[in-house]
Ligand binder design. Structure first.
Ligand code: GAL
Length: 324
């Protein structure tokens, strides 16, 4: 009997461990305390073997008037530990009720040893159109608000983060009325230093990845919280020329109800996977907004988002497997 119970326990533990590596797009995604992850419009910063996921914390019990960002950590990208609510900010620019702090992204500057957060800061009418910069000495400490500005004088709404393979840090932003700008940060990351490219396409939720010698840029159309067909283009250099934009999925699927926020490259011992990180927004119940993360089919200048399905990831080998 004892042996039998031990065997059953082993089977249960084993399947729990397996299930743990599974990523289920669109489902409630509990953290280590069983709370749905609050990291919307987020981004990932990798330090050593640990991934830190930062995003908008839209929990229902956050104090009204404050805008919050939470940080989670993981080594397998499936199990996430809530580290800290790293931002709890009260309207630093007097933007009024309904001010917003969205799409936070954290860059680690090895020279200054500072963690530098960029976010979209705006008023409720979205016409302030700037970036906020916050800094911290530790990855998951209390980020201090430094300033806000319009990068290189341009309107900036949705922002995205890109670190190239050589470590150079870029900020990308939707810059009405011209399009979408790829810019390089200054050496200390505290400001935007120069423009690398203006892509004359109206893209939000912008993200970039450098894969097999090509840059792939992705973004969504400008339809607010409503999903639309996200598109991608490729170039040999960030400065372009960029190819024409193509759909990442059948357009009638509207990116399976999601909007891009980041492309995450997981380079392992066997292969390199690129993960589409998207948000499934629920505007009336934002705390319940979901995530759509799926491994992309990518290569040879093509990128395609498979229909959402449970999948597993081995961050050591880089292998992503969509379950049958
Ligand atoms: C979306 C944007 C979101 C949020 C929303 C507000 O287009 O991607 O981050 O700003 O609009 O309507």
């Amino acid at each position: 009997m004892k042996l039998f119970l031990a065997a059953i326990t082993a089977i249960i533990l084993c399947s729990a461990a397996q299930a743990a590596e599974t990523i289920a797009p669109g489902a409630v995604w509990p953290d280590g305390h069983g709370q749905h992850i609050q990291a919307h419009g987020g981004g990932i910063t990798k330090i050593g073997d640990t991934y830190y996921w930062f995003g908008e914390d839209r929990a229902r019990d956050n104090e009204r008037g404050l805008r919050c960002v939470s940080c989670y950590s993981s080594t397998d990208l499936a199990h996430w530990t809530h580290r800290h609510q790293v931002v709890k900010l009260a309207d630093p620019e007097n933007l009024g009720r309904g001010w917003i702090l969205e799409r936070p992204k954290v860059f680690y500057n090895a020279a200054t040893k500072k963690f530098v957060m960029y976010a979209h800061i705006d008023n409720g009418r979205y016409n302030f159109a700037g970036v906020a910069v916050l800094v911290c000495d530790t990855v998951d400490g209390d980020y201090q608000y430094l300033k806000s500005f319009r990068p290189l004088g341009h309107e900036s709404r949705d922002i995205g983060q890109f670190i190239d393979d050589d470590g150079t840090a870029y900020l990308i932003f939707e810059a009405r009325p011209s399009g979408f700008r790829i810019t390089k940060l200054s050496d200390d990351y505290l400001t935007v230093e120069k423009e690398i490219c203006l892509v004359p396409e109206h893209l939000e939720g912008g993200a970039l990845v450098h894969y097999d010698g090509l840059y792939y840029v992705i973004g969504s159309e400008l339809t607010g919280w409503n999903a639309n067909p996200n598109k991608y283009a490729t170039a040999k250099s960030l400065a372009g020329p960029w190819s024409e934009f193509k759909d990442i999925a059948p357009p009638e699927k509207n990116t399976y109800g999601s909007q891009s926020t980041m492309l995450l490259k997981v380079a392992g011992t066997k292969t390199t996977s690129v993960i589409f990180m998207g948000d499934i927004w629920k505007p009336a119940t934002q705390w319940d907004s979901r995530y759509l993360w799926m491994p992309l089919e990518i290569g040879g200048g093509k990128m395609s988002l498979p229909a959402p399905h449970e999948w597993t990831l081995d961050t050591a080998t880089g292998e992503a497997t969509i379950k049958k």
